[in-house]
Design a protein. Structure first.
Length: 175
């Protein structure tokens, strides 16, 4: 439920990345402050919303999460249509999700608007003993591809709000 109804800007944000990296839990953590330890690949709605205030303006984020189709088929063009921001998510405990980032960037370049603002998100930073992708590797990939970068934990809420709000701030600054 939104704290306020009126808004000055509506921004469509998409989450992309391999299955089970934490896209759904990042979304529910930001929009509802909830976390689920079981992976549910289907959700009832196409997107969740959250409003934040920047410079006295109400920004309404319409956050699109996949229904799990990234696991077995490609994401449709409708998912990317009109998106002004993307969280490109990998799992710091599974190297394959980091290696697949170029594939996701390629899909973004093909399907999304060329002006889309992207933040690279290394999720599951709470799992310190299982980490296989270092923060430096994430930073290096982000730098090489001109992306913002942050590490998050949907499980303990570290940096989740910051990831979404810094992306929304960057989008707002471009309007
Ligand atoms: P999605 O397929 O990308 O939407 O990933 P989910 O959000 O469904 O998460 C997949 C699994 O990873 C679930 O079992 C989650 O509980 C777990 N998970 C997601 N984010 C985190 C996190 O930050 N830390 C930990 N420890 N587990 C997480
Ligand atoms: Mg999901």
């Amino acid at each position: 439920v939104d704290a306020f109804q009126k808004f000055d800007f509506l921004f469509k944000i998409v989450l992309i990345g391999d299955g089970a990296v934490g896209k759904t839990n990042l979304t529910t953590r930001f929009c509802q402050n909830e976390f689920n330890s079981e992976s549910k690949s289907t959700i009832g709605v196409e997107f969740a919303t959250k409003q934040i205030e920047v410079d006295g303006k109400n920004l309404k984020a319409q956050i699109w999460d996949t229904a799990g189709e990234e696991r077995y088929r490609s994401i449709t063009a409708a998912y990317y249509r009109g998106a002004v921001g993307a969280l490109l998510v990998y799992d710091v405990t599974r190297f394959s999700t980091f290696e697949n980032l170029p594939k996701w960037l390629g899909e973004l370049r093909e399907q999304a608007d060329s002006n889309i603002q992207i933040i690279l998100v290394g999720n599951k930073s709470d799992l310190v003993d299982n980490r296989v992708v270092s923060k430096e590797e994430g930073e290096k990939f982000a730098r090489a591809n001109h992306l913002s970068f942050i590490e998050t934990s949907a499980a303990n809420a570290t940096n989740v709000e910051k990831a979404f709000t810094s992306l929304l701030n960057e989008i707002y600054k471009k309007t």
